[in-house]
Design a protein around this ligand. Structure first.
Ligand code: 87F
Length: 527
């Protein structure tokens, strides 16, 4: 029988063809080679597809305005300032929070020597086909090829072993902000599945399991806050199944999001308790208070630029992106609406004064005074880019000492007096943030389907539901469900068992095996 790594190699070969197709779709024609559709796109007026009609194409188009640029290596994307700014805002939040927890930042090299990578053979086996290697320098072969980190356990833990000697060296809490490379072969998708991505990886070591357990949940809560408070995306906190957990660890917790349009779950971030598995492998021992040799308990945790993809998929509409105010690099765009014989300079000055007042109050505002575009064109362009609030200033607004606000999330317009500009704009931005979360949550709730039987499960799966099912929690049963649901669009699997468990009445049976159910678990296809 083929081992996991052989199976993956086979899958790899099969998918190369697919990959080429994706690449062609992603690439835009160069100068002189523009297709009609591309020219239309470049005017910035409107998307060529609707979110409900062709989600994949819609997503790709939305990303191109101006979050990412496709690159000439499949699965790699350029993060443009519009998306990088979002990453930086989340980074500022998370970095400050982990520093409060006494986590320190560090940086380890990008390269891994084959020896160390081999060391944790067992858990690396399934991942091996995704590891990228450097085999040459210039034209000559390297004596020993070196791997590019897909994650940094093997890079870091040899040094944990060196640095941790006595109980006073614990806890050791390190984090690094870096890029990692996983040579994925399944359908690359900007932000969601790319071959190189940015993340933070936290790696901590403790004397006791209790301390490790506590940190796992503290970090998970920060991940929930990134999604819910910053990206306005509702997530479920829960425990991964034995099949879906990080194989090298003890248990894996995650935040899971759901994309109603595709009916797919998406793992938002993971916080693992590694137990003592890596401590054994890398001999991370220390002398405890009693003078005995003891092994550390470890955790690792990460979130990546995937967060941005989940946000785009959740909120975007037929006009383009919708950015939650808390992560938008431009929260308010101010657009002059001059008329032929109106006081154009007065309007421009009012725009500049508005931006100054907002900026001074800590609101990220910009004016668009370009004279080569009409106001209407600018409206669409900034809508496409997802700016949460637009302010228009025309002759009538100048006369009435007011500005016109237009919300990106629901299109609602309001005239507000310039005298209380800052107060009103702050309130509006908070309302937009709140409303985006509420709307996303309602849409997700509408997709949740509680089921009890196999038939109900299959029906709900076909209806793209987020399935909540009583489960016996047996690995073999999850594997069977995967086999039985295999098809074009991928198999169904567990997403997580929510920490917040609904009541499970005595005698409830597993939907798949008919054995007594142990817990409620979310199931679905996933990214
Ligand atoms: C791909 C290639 C090689 C995921 C891989 O989740 C190894 C791996 O170990 C691999 N893809 N993983 C699991 C990563 C686990 C863990 N690492 C630290 C995290 C959080 C941060």
């Amino acid at each position: 029988m083929a081992g996991p790594s052989e199976q993956k190699e086979k899958a790899v070969k099969e998918k190369v063809v697919k990959e080429k197709v994706v690449k062609e779709k992603g690439a835009t024609a160069g100068p002189g080679g523009k297709k009609k559709k591309d020219v239309k796109k470049e005017t910035g007026l409107g998307l060529s597809v609707k979110k409900d009609e062709n989600f994949g194409e819609w997503y790709s188009e939305v990303c191109k305005h101006e979050m990412i640029e496709y690159y000439d290596i499949s699965g790699c994307y350029i993060l443009r300032p519009w998306s990088m700014a979002i990453w930086e805002i989340m980074q500022t939040f998370f970095d400050a929070e982990i520093k409060k927890m006494k986590v320190k930042n560090c940086y380890f090299p990008l390269f891994v020597s084959p020896g160390v990578l081999e060391k944790e053979k067992d858990h690396i086996e399934g991942f091996a086909p995704e590891v990228a290697w450097v085999t040459k320098s210039g034209k000559s072969d390297l004596e020993v090829p070196i791997a590019i980190r897909p994650t940094s356990e093997t890079v870091m833990y040899p040094y944990y072993s060196k640095w941790i000697r006595g109980h006073r060296d614990l806890p050791l809490k390190l984090n690094q902000w870096c890029n990692v490379v996983r040579w994925e072969f399944s359908n690359p998708t900007p932000f969601i599945r790319s071959r190189e991505f940015l993340w933070q990886e936290g790696h901590t070591a403790f004397a006791t399991k209790e301390e490790a357990d506590e940190e796992v949940l503290q970090i998970l809560e920060l991940y929930r806050r990134i999604y819910e408070e910053y990206l306005a995306v509702p997530v479920v906190k829960g425990m991964k199944s034995e099949n879906e957990k990080f194989a090298g660890g003890l248990y894996t917790t995650s935040v899971e999001a759901f994309i109603p349009n595709t009916g797919r779950g998406v793992q938002g971030a993971t916080s693992h308790c590694l137990g003592q598995n890596f401590a054994k492998m890398f001999e991370i021992n220390y002398e405890n208070e009693k003078g005995e040799t003891a092994m550390v308990w470890q955790n690792s945790w990460a979130y990546s630029t995937r967060t941005i993809g989940v946000m785009i998929m959740t909120h975007g509409d037929d006009k383009g992106l919708i950015l939650p105010p808390k992560v938008a690099s431009v929260q308010v765009v101010v657009i002059p609406v001059p008329y032929k014989d109106a006081n154009t300079q007065g309007i421009f000055d009012a725009c500049t004064a508005t931006v100054s007042a907002l900026s001074e109050a800590g609101i990220r505002a910009e004016e668009d005074l370009r004279d080569n575009y009409s106001p209407g064109w600018k409206y669409s362009n900034w809508e496409m880019k997802g700016v949460p609030l637009r302010i228009e200033i025309g002759p009538r607004d100048l006369e009435n000492d007011q500005v016109r606000t237009v919300r990106r999330d629901n299109g609602v317009k309001a005239d507000i007096p310039r005298g209380s500009l800052v107060k009103h704009v702050k309130e509006l931005l908070e309302k937009i943030q709140q409303n985006m979360y509420e709307v996303a949550k309602q849409k997700r709730e509408a997709c949740v389907q509680e089921i009890k039987t196999w038939d109900e499960f299959i029906k709900a799966l076909n209806e793209k539901k987020l399935i909540l099912a009583p489960w016996c929690d047996e690995e073999e049963v999850e594997r069977e469900v995967k086999t039985r649901t295999k098809g074009e669009t991928g198999a169904a699997k567990t997403l997580c068992s929510p920490f917040d468990q609904p009541e499970l009445p005595e005698g409830t049976l597993c939907f798949a095996s008919g054995k007594p159910a142990k817990k409620w678990t979310y199931w679905g296809r996933s990214y």
